[in-house]
Design a protein around this ligand. Structure first.
Ligand SMILES: Nc1nc2c(ncn2[C@@H]2O[C@H](COP(=O)(O)OP(=O)(O)OP(=O)(O)O)[C@@H](O)[C@H]2O)c(=O)[nH]1
Ligand SMILES: [Mg+2]
Ligand SMILES: [Zn+2]
Length: 423
């Protein structure tokens, strides 16, 4: 069946918008190695004039080429972007707030829960680019020895989590790696027969927390500019970093993070900076309210969940069996109710955070999450926090994504939409 190509696409690396027929291809002939923007190991980017009958381009020295790239940053564009629009979920938050752990747990759990509950396959659309996040999933969830404590490294604003690209001679910039997943109906899903047309492309980034500090969005570090393109903004708020929460939490939890030297990050300042960047990069006036959804992921709920009268043991999903097939739904009313309870808790201890969130965005949803579902332990030898893989049981990490799909992508996950929602 002939496929329809999109007229316009967004580069997931530098967010440049371009047409499909503008994309340069990646040469494969060994004598065409070396690209001026990416370095000596990458094939030269070129505009093809000859094609194989299979539609593969032929490079100037006769190499058959199957990859194409962004005309601006030269990084490879996964072919599915020619067919489906990219939905960017931008994740911001203070250093150490739990972004990397939450992201790894969310992707791991989405692969599992979306398949078993919603008949949706979550698959890496660009396995090369998403390799770092896959390694994080493996560290936390697929250890060969589940008694040996593990931890994810801090995300550095450096080569590794980011990719350095020479945009112009002498102008090198750091771009974060995009983690792109296709979410596609399968099996007994009612839209499985039209899966191609319903496939949702979810694009996530794992920036270093330092990148969200005021002043850190510079010409050489434009890597948080996905904020301007995001459909959904996610801010990871860590109550253990808030001076007013810490004494309350110390009374109900023995988590070692509460005994460590407190960090001095003011999370509402980072949140306000996030909103400013969204405005700057999407051409809005200063102070203009964002017509985007902000999900505040209140992290490490294994520590603080006793402060709300809600049971977070089970995900807010239910399943319906009809005509021999079982399909899951999101209990959006329950998510909205829990959001209200979390909002009240935050308002008690950190009212300026809630005020900043609700001043910035028209719709704010507060979602409790825990990547581990348990506390890490302090390793006395290294002074580092680690957790045994056996103890990891994530809580609500898939909820922000399932909720977003059920509310705003409608062909993938059903819900019991609430009329008095907090979002
Ligand atoms: N109790 C508890 N601790 C957590 C949880 N998730 C993460 N942590 C701890 O929080 C610390 C920071 O987690 P990361 O995911 O690396 O934080 P980050 O936001 O990616 O930090 P940067 O990379 O510096 O921006 C780690 O030492 C974890 O032990 C959780 O679900 N529960
Ligand atoms: Mg990190
Ligand atoms: Zn690009």
């Amino acid at each position: 069946m002939a496929r329809t190509l999109l007229a316009q696409l967004t580069c997931p690396h530098c967010w440049h918008e371009c047409r499909a027929d503008e994309l340069p291809w990646v040469a494969t002939h060994p004598d065409l190695r070396g690209d001026p923007r990416l370095g000596p190991d990458d094939g030269l980017r070129f505009t093809p004039t000859r094609f194989e009958p299979s539609c593969e381009a032929i490079d100037p020295l006769g190499g058959r080429c199957s990859e194409f790239a962004c005309p601006r940053c030269h990084l490879v564009i996964p072919p599915i972007l020619l067919e489906r629009p990219l939905t960017i979920y931008s994740i911001a938050g203070a250093p150490g707030s739990g972004k990397s752990c939450t992201l790894a747990a969310a992707v791991r759990e989405m692969r599992r829960v979306f398949a078993t509950t919603f008949s949706l396959a979550v698959v890496d659309a660009d396995p090369v680019a998403s390799e770092p996040l896959r390694r994080h999933e493996e560290t936390l969830f697929m250890a060969t020895d589940d008694e040996a404590p593990v931890m994810l490294p801090k995300t550095e604003l450096a080569e590794g989590p980011y990719r350095s690209v020479l945009m112009e001679p002498g102008v090198s910039v750091m771009l974060p790696r995009p983690f792109i997943y296709s979410v596609r109906p399968q099996g007994t899903h009612p839209n499985a027969p039209v899966a191609d047309g319903c496939t949702h492309l979810m694009c996530l980034y794992d920036n270093a927390g330092e990148h969200f500090r005021p002043g850190a969005d510079t010409a050489s570090q434009p890597g948080s500019q996905h904020l301007g393109r995001a459909s959904i903004l996610l801010f990871v708020m860590d109550p253990t970093q808030d001076a007013r929460f810490r004494p309350i939490l110390s009374a109900i939890s023995a988590d070692p993070q509460l005994a460590l030297e407190p960090r001095s990050e003011r999370q509402e300042v980072l949140l306000a900076e996030m909103a400013n960047r969204v405005r700057t990069h999407s051409g809005l006036a200063a102070g203009e309210r964002l017509r985007k959804v902000l999900m505040v992921l209140v992290a490490k709920c294994d520590i603080w969940s006793k402060l709300i009268a809600e049971d977070l043991e089970r995900d807010p999903y239910w399943t319906n069996s009809e005509n021999g097939r079982t399909l899951g739904f999101v209990d959006t009313k329950r998510v909205d109710r829990v959001s209200g309870a979390v909002r009240e808790m935050l308002k008690r201890f950190s009212p300026e955070f809630v005020a900043t969130a609700e001043d910035a965005c028209e719709r704010v949803l507060y979602v409790p999450v825990s990547a581990f579902g348990a506390s890490p332990a302090l390793d006395p030898a290294t002074g580092l926090l680690r957790i045994k893989p056996r103890e990891i049981r994530p809580r609500w990490v898939t909820v922000p994504f399932a909720y977003a799909l059920s509310r705003w992508a409608t062909t993938l996950i059903g819900s019991n939409k609430s009329s008095t929602n907090g979002a």
